[in-house]
Design a protein around this ligand. Structure first.
Ligand SMILES: [Zn+2]
Ligand SMILES: [Zn+2]
Length: 313
């Protein structure tokens, strides 16, 4: 399964010189504590080496990476790196009068209080829903004649937080049922495909509420349709949405501009990040595609300093 770590060079690609990125902040990234591929300490090392000084690991439904990296006795963080506790909650859109392709909205909680017991309970119930979905997907793949158990890391099944679709996709690649993680999604795991299982768990309004109650900045992640969905954004704002991911790595300049205009018009804090998982190459490659203007970074800093959780050490 080494293919997931390095993308094989395509024709002519190796002739192009690598241009390092200049983003000093990244507010969206994943580790092995959810569906990424790097250990938290290794991701921090790579992010710091790429130039990141303000970093939010935003694993799905858990703060395990933050807790490990800041635990008593943990190896010290690189000098000059600020680590922000964060999560990403993939919320199902029931209860909202909207139709979205996957029936999901992803909400980042940036700067949540890691000691908030009610928030931890909400995350625990999300993890339970995640496991249930994984088990159904696994059974579905068995029914389709593609059992994946032999291709899952032995440790994976014991960790609710690792049971996302990318984990299933990597097993499908290892089993020879897909050429890449993206291919596995396209053939089997995306909405409408044979092994797609709908998500259960928190809705977006609930996700936003628990994030705000825990002192976090609630930012709607990778939602490039925002300019055409202003009324939806206003509905989410009624329940506390206060951020918009204007600078997701996948957005081009035109999309970033359009998203920034929406954020400005509505008074939402603009956020951005690589959404690095590790399937398409190194962190440095993802970082090279990330654009984080100074004003954006300053805006997030300002929002975090005004959050109730900011007073903690
Ligand atoms: Zn997401
Ligand atoms: Zn993400």
């Amino acid at each position: 399964m080494t293919s997931r770590h390095a993308r094989p060079p395509e024709d002519g690609e190796d002739a192009e010189p690598f241009v390092p990125g200049d983003a000093v902040a990244d507010f969206h990234a994943h580790t092995l504590r959810s569906d990424g591929v790097l250990e938290p300490a290794e991701l921090v090392r790579q992010a710091f080496a790429a130039g990141v000084r303000l970093f939010a690991i935003s694993d799905h439904d858990n703060l395990a990476a933050y807790r490990e990296l800041t635990a008593t006795g943990a190896a010290p963080l690189p000098d000059g790196l600020e680590l922000i506790p964060a999560v990403e909650i993939n919320a199902v859109t029931r209860g909202l009068d909207i139709a979205l392709p996957q029936g999901e909205l992803h909400v980042l909680g940036i700067g949540v209080d890691p000691d908030d017991a009610a928030f931890e309970a909400a995350l625990a119930s999300q993890r339970g829903a995640r496991r249930a979905r994984f088990e159904t997907t696994r059974a579905r793949l068995g029914d389709l004649g593609m059992p994946i158990d032999a291709y899952l890391d032995p440790g994976t099944l014991s960790r609710d937080d690792a049971l996302g679709r990318p984990t299933v996709a990597r097993a499908l690649v290892a089993a020879g049922h897909a050429a890449s993680v993206e291919d596995a999604f396209e053939r089997w795991l995306s909405w409408g495909k044979p092994a797609y299982v709908p998500r259960t768990g928190l809705g977006p309004l609930e996700a936003i509420r628990v994030i705000r109650a825990a002192g976090g900045l609630a930012s709607l992640a990778h939602f490039p349709w925002a300019p055409d969905r202003i009324s939806l954004l206003r509905t989410l704002m009624d329940d506390g949405l206060n951020g918009l991911e204007t600078n997701h790595r996948s957005f081009d300049a035109e999309q970033r501009d359009a998203m920034a205009n929406v954020a400005r018009a509505l008074g939402l804090v603009a956020t951005g990040g690589t959404d690095y998982h590790g399937d398409l190459g190194s962190y440095a490659e993802a970082h090279a595609g990330l654009v984080m203007p100074d004003a954006l970074v300053a805006g997030v800093r300002d929002a975090l300093s005004r959050s109730p959780g900011a007073a903690r050490p």
